[in-house]
Design a protein around this ligand. Structure first.
Ligand code: LRH
Ligand code: MN
Ligand code: MN
Length: 431
């Protein structure tokens, strides 16, 4: 198996920390044990938990104002894969990558697949890009892609999505995520119904090209790049489209794509109830699509979302198998560090949600005991599950202190030498 970090280095660093971890873990085991909770079940669950890394998240992000690149950034999909392996080796919970085409330029898919296999990394949902024109593109997406008034632009967008499916098949992926920037900037610019009709009929053609074991995930977004209306504005338009297209089409929830204060956990619940929850793009936000690090601002919201997900698991709800992925933009941190910390923060929410005593909660809900119901959730949320997460990493031969190990190897300086960059080259596929 290919590695980017010597396993002996992680092992040595872990040995230094293990005694303290063990005593924290035993103390937590004792505390949980008093409530009849077996810590081991939770550590096993943490070991199983995996969340995908977005290939585009490995480069420094930016805004339309500026981008401040880091030294040693990945220049191509192979180097992005290398960084994803670093993230996985240290965190133990990111064994898959979601690619974005054509940002990820691939000449030889079998070579890429072989390399990812060697790293033990899987490819998950393939993202298409019809929100910007590519050099030399014959017909523009300026006025939309799937919903463009021009048939030629719609055809191009449809064909690109069909191509993405084919790329994904070569990589062993089994879903396509479609986010379009289609919408309008002026009241009256677009006929809402006609635009949605055109979107649906284009998407029907993509849906028809899905292999039998594939799903298509539609991502809604309230604004940007269109600032007055977007064609798939919210989860309502999203689920309508997914219901129209068929059972293989589901909705994807990107946490940053809602108005501030939106009750996202309730949207998640609705999508689960109607078998339409396809997956997530985790991030955090204060204003809207700021793509901040997961759990950095609203850890309770993230926990409440997982409360719905764990509830669905507990109730063994039909057709419930959402994909988990990060989708963040790292403007001022090292993307590797942010992706490690964020993956662990999502894992943290999952484990805390598992700690909720479901039967007690249902009892309080039935008796309308609002106070005890909310305290039941808070009780789980307030448990510091850090020793569980660290023990899971230790048992997976990942790092007890991932950021500590990462900083000790001075990876960026090494990469700066290995990955010389043309100073005039454009960004690494980050919008
Ligand atoms: C749109 C989005 C979508 C894109 C990604 C780069 O804001 O969340 O998922 O594919 O960002
Ligand atoms: Mn997204
Ligand atoms: Mn986004």
């Amino acid at each position: 198996m290919l590695r980017r970090i010597e396993s002996s280095l992680i092992k040595d660093k872990n040995e230094e920390l293990y005694t303290d971890l063990k005593s924290d873990y035993d103390a937590l085991a004792e505390k949980l044990g008093r409530d009849g909770i077996d810590i081991e079940k939770f550590t096993e669950a943490a070991e199983k938990f995996q969340i995908a890394v977005p290939s585009w998240g490995t480069g420094t992000g930016g805004t339309r104002f500026a981008r401040f690149p880091l030294k040693g950034e990945p220049r191509n999909i192979f180097e992005k894969l290398e960084d994803c392996s670093v993230i996985n080796e240290l965190s133990g919970c990111t064994d898959s990558v979601s690619p974005h085409f054509p940002w990820d330029k691939v000449d030889d898919f079998s070579e890429l697949k072989q390399t990812s296999d060697e790293y033990g990394i899987k490819w998950v949902s393939v993202n298409s890009n019809t929100f910007q024109d590519q050099p030399g593109q014959e017909t523009s997406y300026k006025y939309g892609s799937m919903s463009n008034t021009q048939q030629s632009s719609r055809d191009l967008a449809i064909q690109h999505n069909l191509d993405c499916i084919e790329y994904g098949q070569q990589l062993g992926a089994n879903s396509l995520t479609v986010w379009v920037g289609d919408g309008s900037n002026h009241p009256g610019q677009q006929h809402f119904q006609k635009a949605f009709e055109r979107y649906l009929s284009s998407m029907e053609k993509v849906y028809a090209g899905l292999p039998s074991d594939w799903e298509m995930h539609i991502e809604h977004k309230m604004f940007e790049p269109a600032f007055y209306s977007t064609v798939i504005q919210d989860w309502g338009s999203n689920i309508l489209a997914a219901m129209h297209l068929g059972p293989k089409c589901k909705s994807l929830v990107d946490l940053g794509h809602h108005a501030p204060n939106t009750n996202i956990e309730m949207i998640v619940s609705r999508l689960i109830q109607f078998k339409k929850l396809g997956g997530f793009h985790f991030n955090d936000s204060k204003y809207g699509d700021d793509d901040l690090d997961s759990g950095s601002l609203h850890p309770y919201q993230q926990f409440l979302i997982f409360n719905e997900l764990v509830d669905a698991e507990y109730r063994q709800q039909a057709e419930f198998d959402p994909s988990y992925m990060l989708d963040q933009s790292h403007n001022v941190t090292d993307p590797i560090e942010s992706l490690i910390v964020s993956a662990i923060e999502v894992q943290r929410s999952y484990i805390k949600a598992l700690l909720v005593d479901r039967e007690s909660l249902y009892g309080y809900q039935e008796s309308n005991d609002a106070m005890m119901a909310s305290l039941e959730l808070k009780k789980a949320f307030n448990v510091d599950v850090t020793p569980i997460l660290a023990m899971a990493r230790y048992r997976q031969s990942a790092a007890i202190n991932p950021i500590g190990v990462y900083r000790s190897i001075d990876y960026r300086t090494r990469m700066d030498k290995d990955r010389p960059r043309d100073p005039n080259a454009s960004g690494s596929g980050i919008v």
